[in-house]
Every structure is written in structure tokens, then in C-alpha cells.
Design a protein around this ligand. Structure first.
Ligand code: PMP
Length: 404
């Protein structure tokens, strides 16, 4: 027996391993068709361009030193400037804001949690919402005020009621092609959300990893684009558009909040990998991002269409699902009483196909009859075959409904 008796902080009682990461471990065998992960398509990584970008980070002794030496906590300046130019072109007012490069947007979420949350504080979240955010906020012992979603995203009447009765530390929103549902906040609600937040003086944490992956004509407008008063922190990431292994993302942070976040970033990891940041900066400097994004959008839209067509053909009529206009996910709702967790066991053990049960995304329980499907990281054959198998498992789970 070890003589050491680790005495952990109370807050660790609130952190559990991610259900999703546990499922991903089980379903990572090669013979399983997995729609479980939130992974971008690995066959679409811009391998050659990233290899060239890695070389370019060493193109001169001065560059190589920057890539290998400690760097500024705010991030690599040419990358911050390239990002600022893109944001300005999109109509985001950067006056009174700074760009902070983060190690994934998960770090941005974690830093905001760290800066804002004392035990028992409240945070507004969509119901369901991104599990990684629930883990981060829960780890700081926050309580959740949940806003239900409909086809137009978070319901603003519910948000208004919450803000009348509570004083949350911030509103966490994923307005565009949300994880897990694929739903987007409709345009008028974006304005309304900002106005409600402003009226009540509650900052907004806008998490936007999927906005570049739109299948319609244009990118939905960021809530941050309405903000000229330091009310919105916007998080974006290169994880879904270049590669998540780079761990390069950024936060657009109002000055007053940056003063608090920067020391936390320093205490956390000093700075994001300088080498990885330089790779992204070199990639952006080639001007190839737009062409790469156009390719990703077309290919993801094709995979979404394939999955929806396969679902139309093989899923029973008594299921419902979203038809997302971008991003990586389709959200399925089964009839009440048809549970996704036992369905997953059946699907994996008998049919070798996997998904994520939706209940993982509900902070207060619920959603046992929902599930999330990822359409981006599967081949055409896997989508056809996997959805056919899943349809059979779903039908077998509720034979009484099949007979009606
Ligand atoms: N926010 C949301 C909504 C996500 O879905 C993800 C990744 N699944 C992240 C943040 C984290 O992304 P990363 O840390 O790779 O930038």
C-alpha cells in the first residue's frame, strides 16, 4: 500500500471522464463503423500544404528560432494579424478587443470557466449542449440554467425568463451548427440573444468551431458581430478546418476580460505551441484557406446528403432527425421510451456500428431517447452500410411501433 494519500480538491468530485471518450475507446476497433466521434474527415486533411507549412516555419534561422523558443502568451503576432484581417473582413469590430491564441477552443472554454466561476455560480447553456463545456464548467462547480432548443436553436422566451430570475455569470452559446444537434440559432434570435444579454449585463461566450463549414451560400452571422460594447467572447478553432492535432484556436476577447484571461493562460501553458501557430500562419499566408474550405464544404455537404438519404431509406418513419445546414452532426429523436443507451450496446455488439447516446449532452438528465450521428468522418460505403445496420437495430428496438 502506498504511504501517499492524495487529498483532492472538492471540485474534483464534479469531474467525470467524458462518456464520449469512453465510448470512443470501445468503438475504435477497425471493424466498427463509427458515427460516434466529433472528428473532422481525416482523408481531407491538407497533408501536403501542412507539410509545406511545417517546412516554412523553418525557412530561415530567425523563423526556426521563433518556432523553437518560448513565445508571447497572446500568440504568434503574424497569426494574430492574419486572424484580425479575416474577422474585420467578416464585419467583426475589433476595437476594444484582443485576439488570444489558445490551445484548442477547449482551452478558451476552460479559461473563461476559470476566470468567471466560483462554486455555485450559474451558467446558461443550451439543453442539450457540448459535453466538453459541461465538463469545464462543472469542474468549477457551476450550476446550469438550461435553455431548451427548437428547430431555430435556443428558445429566446425561455432565456428571457431565466435572465429575469437569475444572475448567471455568462451565457454559453454554440449558435452555428451546434454540437450535438447540428441546429443553428435563427437570425432574429441572434439579435435577440445579444439584446437580452446586453439588457441584463450578462456576457456571452460564443463558441463557434463549425461556422466555416456551412453548406448554404454564406456563413451565418456571428453574435460577436453585433457587439461594440465588450459583451461577447468569441471562440474559434482551426481544429475542424485544418486539423485538431495542431491544437491551434483563438479567442476574441474584450480588453477588460483579457486582463483576467492572459494571466490564466500563462498559469496554464505559458503559450500555445509556437511551432503549431507558425504552421497555421504559413498555411494562411499561402492564401489557400478559402479553396480548402470550399472543398471541405462541398465534401461535407455530400456526406450529409448521403447520410440523410440513407436515413430516409432505412430509418423507421417513427424517428425524427435534424437536417443540418453545416457542421458535422445529425441529431436523432426516437419515440419516448425507446432508449439510446441499450440501442448502442446492441448496435456495437451485433451490428458493429456506433453513435453517441444524446443523454451525455444534457446537464440535468433527459434526452435518453436521442442520439448523435457524425457524418463527416465516414466513407460513402460506411455511411450506406452503417445507416442500414443502424436502421435495423432501431426497428428491432420497438417492434410494437413497427406493426402500427
Ligand atoms: N466547442 C465545441 C462546440 C466543440 O464541438 C469542440 C470540439 N468537439 C470544441 C469546442 C473543442 O475544439 P478544439 O479544442 O479542438 O478547438
Amino acid at each position: 500500500m502506498s504511504p501517499f494519500k492524495p487529498s483532492f480538491a472538492n471540485r474534483t468530485a464534479h469531474v467525470n471522464p467524458s462518456v464520449i471518450r469512453e465510448i470512443l475507446k470501445v468503438v475504435s476497433q477497425p471493424d466498427i463503423i463509427s458515427f460516434a466521434g466529433g472528428m473532422p474527415a481525416q482523408d481531407l486533411f491538407p497533408f501536403a500544404e501542412l507539410e509545406a507549412a511545417a517546412k516554412a516555419a523553418f525557412k530561415s534561422p530567425a523563423h526556426a528560432l521563433k518556432a523553437l523558443q518560448y513565445g508571447p502568451s497572446e500568440g504568434y503576432q503574424p497569426l494574430r494579424e492574419a486572424i484580425a484581417a479575416q474577422l474585420t473582413a467578416e464585419g467583426i469590430d475589433l476595437a476594444g478587443n484582443q485576439i488570444l491564441i489558445t490551445t484548442g477552443s477547449q482551452q478558451g472554454i476552460m479559461m473563461v470557466a476559470h476566470a468567471f466561476l466560483d462554486p455555485g455560480d450559474t451558467v446558461v447553456v443550451g439543453n442539450p449542449t457540448f459535453l466538453g463545456a459541461l465538463q469545464a464548467f462543472g469542474g468549477f462547480e457551476a450550476k446550469f440554467l438550461t435553455v431548451p432548443l427548437d428547430a431555430g436553436g435556443m428558445k429566446m422566451d425561455a432565456l428571457a425568463r431565466i435572465l429575469e430570475h437569475h444572475t448567471p455569470k455568462f451565457i454559453y452559446a454554440i449558435p452555428t451548427f451546434q454540437n450535438p444537434t447540428g441546429l443553428s440559432l435563427q437570425d432574429d434570435r441572434r439579435v435577440e440573444l445579444y439584446e437580452l444579454a446586453r439588457t441584463h449585463g450578462v456576457p456571452v461566450l460564443e463558441d463557434d468551431p463549425y461556422g466555416d463549414l456551412y453548406f448554404g451560400p454564406t456563413r451565418p452571422r456571428a453574435i460577436k458581430s453585433f457587439d461594440h460594447e465588450g459583451g461577447v467572447i468569441l471562440l474559434r478553432t482551426f481544429s475542424k478546418v485544418l486539423a485538431p492535432g495542431l491544437r491551434v484556436a483563438y479567442a476574441v476577447v474584450p480588453d477588460a476580460i483579457m486582463n483576467k484571461l492572459l494571466p490564466l493562460k500563462q498559469g496554464n501553458d505559458l503559450h500555445t505551441s509556437a511551432f503549431a501557430q507558425m504552421m497555421v500562419a504559413e498555411f494562411l499566408a499561402t492564401g489557400r484557406l478559402e479553396a480548402h474550405l470550399a472543398h471541405l464544404r462541398a465534401e461535407y455537404a455530400r456526406r450529409r446528403d448521403l447520410m440523410l438519404a440513407a436515413m430516409d431509406a432505412h430509418f423507421p418513419a417513427w424517428c425524427q432527425w435534424t437536417r443540418p445546414e453545416g457542421g458535422l452532426f445529425i441529431w436523432v429523436t426516437l419515440p419516448n421510451g425507446v432508449l439510446a443507451a441499450p440501442l448502442l450496446e446492441e448496435a456495437v455488439s451485433r451490428q458493429k456500428v456506433a453513435f453517441i447516446p444524446g443523454s451525455a449532452f444534457y446537464p440535468h438528465g433527459g434526452g435518453e431517447n436521442t442520439l448523435r450521428l457524425n457524418f463527416s468522418n465516414a466513407s460513402e460505403e460506411q455511411i450506406q452500410e452503417g445507416i442500414k445496420r443502424l436502421g435495423a437495430v432501431i426497428r428491432a428496438a420497438a417492434p410494437q411501433l413497427e406493426r402500427v
